[in-house]
Write a protein of this length. Structure first.
Length: 753
């Protein structure tokens, strides 16, 4: 018997092997096989039976480790689409859909531990009997009733989580022969240690009810865009919709969130509703834990999967719904091959498996908005905040007039540095919140102490030797750090270029603002949340739990703090520098800025006390800032869309970014030029209507990790032409085999840096 096998190698084809007699494992489509390939052993996926090829001597597979396929036919179809659309070898796409434990060298055995289960073994039919039995223990009675409500059986630790009783209470029930304790083996699930926040059962508002009903009326493969302002209660809509899908229709569901570590509150709400039926694919899971979760999902024990991007490949069957929260987030796009966008993959999976898709956000991506406007997606709107809360009042501080001219020109450098970072109105608002014991969130989307170091004499800026970006000064280790390649070096006291000794720090980072705030408000409890303070596995949720428990007065952080947080006692949000990123040479810079400002502003005023937002900027008239201040998404979209017509950018056209990189500057430039010319020659020979080729040009960040980078942009009016062209390019265009030259194709890029 012959089989076609996809291998995770940079080759756009499958390979045929023969299956020796006596092979016991599964060789059905979707099973793994170990095969010899160029003197090595590779793990591949069986795509199907192959027909005999004349005159070819085929190699035998080495082994077939699975007793049934690890990928369903639907997931293989999905990966076939990914391979075609994103121009990736099928084997690479298939590998992405599996936990790494299954594609590595050895298959780990799931580790099991046991837990104690309490089960009711006697019923208490009458209230009178109840009163008699529990005459002296109200706690025993509560526990008994909880167990009844949970269907008669539950893990002891779950009961304990909810009631926090002493062991004697349970033992009492056991002695009365009402409850029996047994042991059960469980998969590793680090989340069971988290106590979910008690879910407040809200009655849906009219707008929420309508959205839920319309979602329930959708057919498989259809897509709804849930445009709900910040605090409008999108989570409740997801939950009620999924409750019907999972509990009533008996189907399964996937919930995608941008970064699971940043959204512990959202995850808690899902856990509170779906309990044991939920699998949370946290980025902090070990490979083994991830594999355990995958197994539990495949066995059908988990019916709702919550996770970041890659959770879209969860091996659920009978999939009824896919929810994508914050659908506009760039983290849904994978930065390496296959460069898929989880939203697009979700749409395709939903079409293949007949699931309903919900895209939720306060700031829809221009792509999704355009799809809704064209009627391809159904638009659902939540125009008001839930629970009577109001959108916060947003005001702008013009840094050009309100900021001191320079830090060093003042008498007291510490004072002036503070005044440079925090304007008088933001300072007054912070003091006011501290007095009232209300909480504040401060956004500065730049980590480190200062953005860069510059010589005061010759203006030389310290740059990374490997990348074309400046080094960031980190004070905790007195180092300059490259945020791209992590190169570090000592801070020099004299300029390497001119020998000058007036070395200046420029541009604020979160470390510096944290210090300045500490000096200004010595008794305030300040927490900083950025990449440097969240290296531990559970660091994000530890910080956020402290904020939730009221143990933090000021939460300062990078864009990490802008997402999904729902703290009713936060009444002030300050944006220290709204302009970080607004001038990047990237067609999405304004959209990102608008989204970030709108999202962070949305953290304020979620409770009855209302809220206020202060945005510090040097470009108060920029439409991204103006529209964020006015909570005006429609105004923003109009202006932004017009800006993407000429020159044309998505969603007006389809875009692919083709990057050539290499270790030698000239060779990289020449190869990229050749690529651009090759494409233009091709267009002459076989005209593709509506396709244009731009460049080559250096990437905005010309060098990263010692590799030079040039790019060619391809624009196409229609998707099929783009697919055809990119496929042809991937198969036919060859780079010189020198200077480590590499080609990467990024279709529908979320950034061009
Ligand atoms: P979003 O994700 O749309 O920003 P959330 O789902 O976080 O909003 O909800 C915002 C807040 O409103 C939460 O604290 C939630 O508990 C509350 N909430 C949601 N729906 C209702 C409702 N129908 N009545 C009262 N409060 C609600
Ligand atoms: Zn670097």
């Amino acid at each position: 018997m012959l089989i076609d096998v996809a291998l995770a190698l940079p080759l756009y084809r499958t390979f045929t092997y023969s299956v020796p007699e006596g092979t016991t494992g599964s060789i059905a489509r979707g099973s793994r096989v170990v095969v010899p390939f160029r003197n090595k052993r590779e793990i591949g996926i069986v795509i199907g039976e192959a027909s005999p090829k004349d005159g070819l001597k085929l190699k035998d597979i080495v082994s077939a480790p699975d007793d049934r396929p690890v990928l369903s036919d639907a997931l293989i179809q999905l990966c076939e689409w990914i391979a075609e659309y994103y121009v990736t070898p099928l084997g690479v796409a298939l590998r992405t859909a599996l936990p790494s434990a299954l594609t590595g060298a050895s298959v780990p055995l799931p580790s099991r531990k046991t837990r104690r289960i309490a089960t009711l073994i006697a019923e208490l039919p009458t209230l009178m009997e109840r009163d008699k039995t529990f005459a002296r223990s109200a706690q025993q009675r509560t526990l008994f009733e909880l167990l009844e409500n949970l269907g008669g059986s539950a893990a002891v630790e779950v009961l304990n989580e909810q009631l926090q009783f002493s062991p004697s209470v349970l033992n009492g029930l056991v002695k009365k022969n009402l409850v029996a304790i047994s042991e059960e083996t469980v998969e590793r699930d680090p989340f069971r240690l988290r106590t979910p926040r008690k879910s407040e059962a809200h009655v849906p508002t009219d707008a929420q009810s309508e959205a839920i009903e319309r979602l329930l009326a959708r057919k498989g493969g259809e897509v709804s865009l849930l445009h709900g302002i910040t605090g409008s209660g999108k989570t409740l809509v997801y939950l009620e919709f999924l409750r019907s899908v999972v509990n009533e229709r008996g189907q399964t569901a996937i919930v995608l969130v941008p970064e699971i570590a940043l959204t512990p509150q959202t995850v808690d709400r899902f856990r509170a509703v779906f309990g044991d039926k939920i699998a949370v694919l946290h980025s902090a899971l070990s490979d083994g834990e991830r594999y355990d979760a995958w197994l539990a999902i495949r066995r059908g024990e988990k019916r709702v999967v919550v996770g970041a991007r890659s959770a879209i490949f969860a091996p659920l069957e009978n999939l009824g719904a896919i929810v994508i929260d914050e659908e506009h987030e760039p983290s849904y796009k994978q930065g390496e091959s296959p460069r898929y966008h989880a939203r697009e993959v979700a749409l395709m999976r939903a079409r293949i498996e007949g699931a309903v898709v919900v895209l939720g956000t306060a700031t829809p991506s221009l792509e999704s908005w355009t799809n809704a406007a064209a009627g391809r997606f159904e638009l659902l709107t939540l125009p008001d905040r839930a629970g009577g809360a109001k959108l916060p009042n947003v005001s702008v501080v013009d840094l050009r007039s309100e900021r001191p001219k320079s830090v060093s020109s003042q008498e007291n450098p510490a004072d002036s540095a503070y005044a440079y970072a925090i304007s008088r109105s933001l300072d007054a608002a912070l003091s006011n919140r501290l007095q009232k014991a209300e909480q504040s969130i401060l956004l500065l989307n730049r980590r480190g102490y200062s953005a860069f170091i510059q010589c005061g004499t010759c203006a030389d800026v310290s740059v990374c030797p490997n990348c074309s970006i400046s080094l960031t000064y980190h004070r905790t280790r007195e180092q300059l750090v490259c945020h791209y390649c992590l190169h570090t070096e000592k801070v020099q006291t004299t300029c390497v270029r001119c020998g000058g000794t007036r070395i200046r720090q420029r541009g604020l980072g979160t470390q510096q603002v944290e210090r300045l705030l500490g000096e200004r408000f010595p008794s305030a409890r300040i927490a900083r949340m950025d990449v440097d303070t969240t290296t531990g596995k559970w660091a994000h949720s530890e910080i956020l739990d402290r904020v939730g428990a009221g143990e933090v007065d000021i939460l300062l952080g990078t864009q990490m703090i802008a997402k999904g947080l729902d703290f009713p006692n936060v009444t002030l949000v300050g944006v220290i520098d709204a302009d970080v990123g607004i001038n990047l040479p990237d067609f999405r810079a304004s959209e990102r800025c608008f989204q970030l400002l709108s999202q962070v502003a949305g953290r304020a005023g979620r409770g009855p006390k209302g809220g206020q937002v202060i945005i510090q900027t040097r470009v108060p008239t920029h439409y991204a800032v103006k529209c964020a201040v006015a909570h005006d998404f429609h105004g923003f979209v109009r202006e932004e869309y017009d800006g993407r017509v000429n020159p044309a950018y998505p969603p007006v056209i389809r875009l692919a970014n083709i990057v050539v990189s290499g270790t030698n500057e000239e060779a990289t430039r020449d190869a990229a030029d050749e690529l651009g010319n090759w494409l233009r020659r091709l267009m002459k020979q076989r005209p593709s209507p509506g396709v244009t080729v731009i460049g080559a040009a250096p990437c905005p960040i010309e060098r990263v990790k010692q590799r030079w980078r040039w790019h060619v942009l391809v624009k196409s009016e229609r998707a099929p032409e783009m697919t055809r062209l990119l496929k042809y390019l991937a198969m036919k265009f060859e780079l010189p085999k020198q200077h480590g030259l590499r080609l990467s194709i990024d279709r529908d890029p979320v950034q061009l840096m």
